[in-house]
Design a protein around this ligand. Structure first.
Ligand code: ADP
Length: 301
């Protein structure tokens, strides 16, 4: 098969691994810098150009679109979809997952466990929103944050209020979330491919940090998920419409709660912690599913 991967940095571990896994299986693999693609979007015959050449003959595309270039990246992916190239994850699903509020609303609608989460635009409602989230201790998150930056734990209502006011004063959007203390600074990441969890790890925060992000000094180990945790991860992926994703969960007293569904999960932490060939499973999934034109939305979203 001829496979394109939309990515900006060919040297990232995840990108190198996907290329290696595809080439080992005999596929023709091209890393395409998303931002260097250009296209005529008003043409009836959708085309994409790259380095002066028309991209042609691709069977599948792996979108690895960074959060900072979501808007342009999804436009390029939609163009591929309109050319009837099979997307590993569809543009519509990625768009959904990039919007934290929309994702949580969809997950809640489908009855998937979530931490109590509240949101308001107007800082005048801070006290009410804080109360709705159950009061301190409470987690305050920037809507646009990644890798644990912009995730704050406030121990008292007073500090929560000042943090909210500071963020709102700076014009950034935030949400408030019940602090799942019993998670003990550990979160779970399940990698879903199709209808299965193919690998899972737990991440433990650095000493004294309630955040378990690897980028924040956390460490990863393989973990065996309960059937309920597996089912939750698979259902979350389905709700988002993602074929491949990383589902981040916390172990709450009342069962697993989903924090985030990531459409481009990093492979390094999970492959190193579990020893599984996650990249190989992703390529296998493409081999089984990339029938020409089988994308459901065909770029209409
Ligand atoms: P990001 O998307 O920036 O990684 P997360 O929402 O995943 O931010 O939060 C970062 C870390 O903080 C999580 O991995 C988890 O360990 C911890 N955390 C986040 N939300 C909660 C919460 N509601 N209760 C307890 N710990 C949390």
């Amino acid at each position: 098969m001829k496979i394109a991967m939309l990515a900006r940095n060919a040297d990232l571990y995840s990108h190198r691994r996907l290329k290696e896994a595809a080439e080992t299986r005999g596929h023709d693999f091209h890393i395409i810098n998303t931002l260097r693609c250009y296209m005529n979007i008003a043409s009836r015959r959708p085309e994409i150009y790259y380095n002066g050449e028309k991209l042609e003959g691709f069977n599948a595309v792996i979108p690895r679109i960074g959060a900072s270039i979501t808007y342009y990246g999804l436009a390029v992916l939609r163009q591929f979809e309109m050319m009837r190239v099979y997307p590993l994850n569809e543009s519509v699903a990625i768009g959904r997952s990039r919007d934290k509020l929309r994702s949580m609303q969809l997950l809640a609608r489908d009855g998937i466990g979530l931490p109590v989460t509240t949101f308001a635009h107007d800082p005048k409602q801070t006290e009410e929103v804080l109360e709705l989230a159950g009061g301190a201790p409470v987690v305050i998150k920037l809507l646009e944050g990644t890798q644990g930056i912009g995730v704050v734990l406030a121990d008292t209502n007073r500090s929560a209020k000042s943090v909210v006011e500071a963020f709102r004063g700076a014009g950034v959007n935030i949400l408030l979330q019940e602090f799942i203390k019993e998670a003990g600074g550990i979160d779970i990441r399940a990698i879903v491919v199709g209808n299965r969890v193919i690998a899972a790890m737990k991440r433990t925060g650095a000493e004294g940090d309630f955040r378990s992000n690897l980028h924040r000094g956390g460490s990863a180990q393989v973990i065996r998920l309960s059937p309920e945790e597996r089912a939750t991860a698979v259902r979350a992926a389905k709700t988002m419409g993602l074929n491949v994703c990383g589902v981040d969960m916390l172990r709450a007293n009342h069962g697993p709660v989903v924090m985030e569904v990531n459409s481009s999960p990093g492979l390094e932490g999970v492959e190193k912690a579990t020893g599984y060939d996650v990249a190989g499973k992703i390529i296998e999934y493409i081999e089984k599913n990339a029938n020409k034109g089988s994308t459901k939305t065909k770029g209409k979203g």
